[in-house]
Design a protein around this ligand. Structure first.
Ligand SMILES: Cc1cc2nc3c(=O)[nH]c(=O)nc-3n(C[C@H](O)[C@H](O)[C@H](O)COP(=O)(O)O)c2cc1C
Length: 183
């Protein structure tokens, strides 16, 4: 498939089925991520694949973060459960920590490139994904549950991977508003 077609095809999935993605597809996408550009060759991206047992713990944490001590309606319970447990894979994307603020910014850009490479590789295999951030990606309990040392790595997102519903097209800026030429 032409690269332009894959770029266009890559979309953020919000609804996933329970169908599992073959291991080779995931491995290929990690290889693609690892080809991302990065200044000073710091290679700051890490991906932690979270198994179903650990995802159950993250699901419980998400319920606490979202609803606290309140009683939860069955439909909300299902909504959160489907979000946390339906996707075939959950990768936690982390960035290796540095005290150098200039490097930190460039490392984040490199990690974003890696995640885009990963997403494109998945899209080429007709697999969807979603980069998500929020309370749960910052919560200290997430680090504990996923056994990620916050002194070494910072969570920059959850990458949900699987088959599912392709979202409707979104309106993008006109090229004339994002591109200009100078003599
Ligand atoms: C850094 C980053 C964080 C994101 N976090 C979320 C998120 O928490 N929830 C969500 O629904 N989408 C999240 N997204 C996905 C965007 O919402 C999505 O890319 C945007 O709506 C455009 O849709 P598309 O990816 O299908 O082109 C995130 C994207 C990026 C780059």
């Amino acid at each position: 498939m032409d690269i332009a077609e894959i770029i266009k095809k890559r979309r953020t999935f919000h609804i996933f089925s329970k169908k599992s993605v073959p291991r080779e597809v995931i491995e290929k996408s990690i290889f693609a991520a690892n080809q991302a550009p990065c200044h000073r060759r710091t290679f700051p991206w890490r991906f932690t694949s979270i198994g179903i047992k650990t995802r159950e713990l993250l699901y419980q944490l998400q319920l606490t973060l979202k609803f606290g001590e309140k009683s939860i309606h069955e439909s909300n319970l299902k909504m959160v459960r489907d979000k946390m447990l339906n996707p075939s894979h959950l990768l936690i994307a982390t960035q290796v920590c540095t005290d150098n603020q200039v490097q930190k910014l460039e490392d984040y850009a490199a990690c974003a490139c890696a995640i885009q490479n990963l997403s494109l590789s998945l899209a080429a295999a007709d697999v969807g994904c979603k980069w998500s951030t929020g309370k749960i990606t910052k919560d200290p309990n997430t680090y504990k549950i996923a056994q990620i040392n916050s002194n070494d790595e910072e969570i920059i997102g959850f990458i949900w991977i699987g088959y599912g519903i392709v979202p409707p097209l979104i309106k993008r800026p006109l090229i004339s508003t994002i591109y200009r030429e100078r003599d």
